[in-house]
Design a protein around this ligand. Structure first.
Ligand code: SF4
Length: 341
């Protein structure tokens, strides 16, 4: 049965209203690590701790950290000399690291290890003198960081339509890489068109679109065909959240909207709706999803079925700079206790 036939035949009453809750959803290992890195930096060093760009693309997370003493800046030249600065999960280019060094900033690198992996691939292929076609969105911080590793070798490919205009030096020495948070389907379409143009195009050594992005898209693909409406919790500048809305619509949801908070849901979206799908982007704390479920329950959508398409148990250790600082702080405390005793 298609989503439209559900909407046209099912009565809209409390007995039939339901929520399909996608799983996995929400926080990924890279976001968890980055947010924890800022919290630990605040604990060890005290406020303020400067953070270059939003640590992760979520309004709630950023304002919670601001309340605890984090100061978000656009560039390192806004950080006082010698202060602590955390690099966000999206990664930075070597030029940003150099600028931080020149100001003698103490840096904590919260770049997601899966973004670092793409940086290393870019450096490796640039050293091999390849033309690198980086599929991603111009202006996104992650793409700026990766492209900055080898600007003279990298061209950004925003969409399948960009392919026509791409020129390379040697069509037998070309590789594609990608941003970690893209739509898998659209990326594969871009690759298909690139391969038509450059038949010897090399693939990345492993998937660049990360496990969390892929898993959240698989889960939303599962719920979308049955959903009259899919609500994606996530911020506007969160690439993977925006992709979830697109994927939901492509896979049969009649409507799909992204909201930062439950309060942004428009009651009119529920007109004629019996099944609401709910999911969240990789930078979204679960509490925001629970708020949406509560909001829906108050409007008759109290029955929630979780649709699980994968289990996730990946964890990344904290950035080494913060582990070192935590150890030093613990040793300092132990020495002070010894002195007292
Ligand atoms: S979305 Fe993927 S690449 Fe980005 S922080 Fe999470 S795990 Fe890392």
């Amino acid at each position: 049965m298609t989503a439209s036939s559900i909407a046209s035949t099912a009565p809209t009453n409390a007995a039939t209203k339901r929520v399909l809750l996608a799983s996995p959803r929400g926080y990924c290992a890279g976001v968890d690590r980055a947010v924890l890195a800022v919290e630990k930096a605040l604990e060890v060093h005290g406020a303020p701790v400067y953070v270059r760009k939003e640590i992760v693309h979520n309004r709630h997370v950023v304002s919670s950290l601001q309340d605890k003493g984090a100061v978000f800046v656009d560039e390192t030249d806004a950080v006082p000399e010698g202060a602590i600065v955390v690099f966000s999960a999206h990664g930075v280019s070597p030029a940003v690291r150099d600028a931080a060094d020149r100001r003698q900033l103490k840096t904590i690198d919260a770049t997601c290890p899966l973004v670092t992996k793409v940086h290393k691939e870019a450096v490796r292929f640039a050293n091999g003198d390849y033309d690198i076609l980086l599929i991603g969105h111009t202006g996104h911080e992650e793409v700026e960081g990766t492209a900055g590793e080898a600007p003279e070798h990298i061209q950004i490919v925003n969409s399948p339509d960009d392919v026509e205009g791409i020129e390379v030096r040697d069509p037998d020495k070309v590789v594609w890489l990608s941003q970690t948070t893209l739509s898998v389907d659209e990326t594969m379409e871009t690759v298909r068109r690139l391969k038509e143009k450059f038949p010897n195009l090399q693939n990345p050594p492993s998937d660049d679109i990360c496990y969390a992005t892929q898993n959240r898209q698989v889960a939303v693909k599962k719920i979308a065909p049955e959903a009259d409406l899919v609500i994606v919790v996530g911020s506007q500048n969160s690439s993977n959240s925006v992709r979830l809305v697109e994927v939901a619509l492509e896979y049969g949801a009649q409507a799909s909207y992204r909201v930062d908070f439950a309060a942004e849901i428009d009651e009119a979206w529920l007109e004629g709706v019996t099944t609401v799908g709910v999911t969240s982007g990789a930078s979204v704390p679960e509490i925001l999803v629970q708020d949406v479920l509560t909001w829906l329950a108050e409007r008759g959508f109290g029955k929630t079925e979780e649709v699980v398409t994968a289990q996730e148990d990946l964890l990344f250790s904290l950035p080494r700079e913060i582990r070192r600082d935590m150890k030093a702080k613990a040793a300092e405390k132990a020495a002070a206790a010894d002195e007292k005793g």
